[in-house]
Ligand binder design. Structure first.
Ligand code: GLC
Length: 462
């Protein structure tokens, strides 16, 4: 596939790929108690310096993570180049607060970009608009600045010059889009209060970045106005992000147009490496969340973070490998797939791509498995993982069955079809069906109905 040349082509590729991975990596990885640690514990620059002095990820970390992301089935990978603490993982000419000045003495963004590109994944860079280190960002009265209650802050804030910060912000984004070759997407974080939109000089900098990287995909956090509102501001970005949440249905703007979106989730309950958070989500939970997103026309961005050495935590390695194994077998139901034209089934979800309907079974079903409203519509049922045929069938005893299901058809993994067979994959068993067009559906329904009537007349089970 040739590389996208415009934001809309990037968006199309991103929507096709459906699954990405993000990493939070920085000085807070050494603290290992949350990337907000500077804010929550109100640490001064001097107190936070201890993590700077100890930041020294092992060489090769980026290659390891890029391979892991690829093996997990991610098609794009996003790294925090600067989080709210202001620490830069790149060799910015505009600050000394950067990885090249830590014991690591290396540009980690360069290592990351090269490793991700080598795996053929799209390169995503996260950049925090918020900055708790920069002297031109006011602290007093701010909602989250670490120095918000510090007695020296009013004097410090008196010297703040917002235009200097905006120049810094723009300068760094230009560095990121100039010094590292092709960047596929930029994920900014976050807007609040009046720190939003043009306060960041959003329209102007987006224009400059797109002049450097004409295909650059942008997320929605440049502003904080209701995203659905029409007209959307010029800096609105290309897609929406939900955080630790999957919407009930896909997202639509106030004009009813579908909005591309991505659910962003952590593999534990933390964004960065935490020494005490062992709440690992199971592979099944992630697989089902991915299917949930795709069934609503969304993507899933899974965040997994390195420890202070840059290593992959052992549980993450195991979970990601299992997700990748499932995805490799069931990829057709995810990549390039989206919502189905049919209501959510009782036992799981549907996704659809062209005339293929993918039934994702996540709940064990007893007896025949129903396809409600799909009588005559489906043919050629097969297990996506191994192409084994499944049986499409009517009631096993149409004359005796006491409830009426004129629009339904059933399937099962083996016969007798009234029996119960364990799900071949408890995480999510995917059955692919080919969809009949209207004419073929009418013909198939007529055939099924005639067979059902004959069976009733004969009092003979199928
Ligand atoms: C929130 C948090 C931040 C995290 C981000 C990821 O905005 O502030 O720490 O990086 O979510 O979506």
């Amino acid at each position: 596939m040739s590389l996208p040349a415009s934001p809309s082509e990037s968006l199309a590729r991103w929507r096709h790929d459906r699954f990405g991975m993000s990493l939070h990596f920085g000085l807070y990885s050494v603290a290992a108690r949350g990337e907000w640690v500077r804010s929550t514990e109100r640490l001064t620059d001097a107190e936070y310096q201890t993590y700077f002095d100890r930041f020294n990820p092992e060489p090769g970390w980026a290659v390891e993570w890029a391979r892991l992301a690829k093996a997990a089935g991610a098609r794009y990978a996003v790294l925090t180049t600067k989080h709210h603490d202001g620490f830069c993982l790149f060799d910015s000419a505009l600050t000394e607060f950067k990885s090249t000045n830590t014991p690591a003495r290396r540009d980690l963004v360069r290592e990351w970009v090269e490793a991700v590109r080598a795996e053929g994944l799209a390169v995503g860079l996260y950049y925090s608009l918020v900055d708790w280190h920069h002297p031109d960002c006011p602290a007093t009265g701010d909602r989250q600045h670490p120095l918000r209650h510090h007695p020296d802050s009013p004097a410090r804030d008196a010297k703040c010059d917002w235009s200097r910060y905006v120049a810094y912000l723009h300068g760094q984004l230009i560095e990121l889009c100039t010094n590292y070759g092709r960047i596929d997407s930029l994920v900014v974080d976050f807007s609040y209060w009046d720190y939003a939109g043009e306060k960041w000089g959003a329209t102007e900098i987006q224009k400059k970045l797109r002049a450097l990287q004409p295909w650059l995909l942008l997320n929605d956090r440049w502003g904080n106005e209701p995203r659905k509102k029409i007209p959307r501001p010029a800096y609105a970005g290309d897609y929406e992000q939900t955080e630790q949440n999957i919407p009930r249905e896909g997202l639509r703007d106030d004009a009813g147009q579908p909005m591309p979106w991505e659910g962003w989730f952590t593999l534990t309950n933390s964004w960065c490496f935490s020494a005490t958070d062992h709440a690992w989500k199971s592979p099944a939970a992630i697989i089902r969340a991915l299917v949930n997103c795709v069934s609503k026309d969304g993507n899933l961005l899974l965040n997994v973070s390195p420890d202070a050495r840059g290593r992959v935590p052992a549980p993450a390695r195991r979970i990601l490998a299992e997700i990748g194994e499932w995805l490799a077998l069931n990829e057709d139901s995810i990549r390039g797939a989206g919502p189905a034209a049919f209501a959510k089934p009782e036992w799981g979800r549907f996704t659809q791509k062209g005339d293929t309907l993918y039934a994702h079974l996540t709940e064990p079903v007893i007896g025949n498995i129903s396809l409600q409203g799909l009588r005559g519509r489906v043919r050629d049922g097969r297990l996506l993982a191994n192409n084994a045929a499944v049986l499409i069938t009517d009631f096993w005893n149409p004359g005796v069955q006491t409830f009426d299901a004129p629009d339904d058809i059933f399937f099962n993994f083996a016969s007798p079809t009234a029996c119960t067979f364990p799900l071949p994959d408890e995480r999510d068993t995917v059955v692919a069906f080919t969809l009949n067009d209207d004419a073929a559906t009418a013909a198939e329904r007529a055939r099924l109905d005639a067979a059902r009537a004959a069976s009733i007349a004969d009092r003979r089970p199928f």
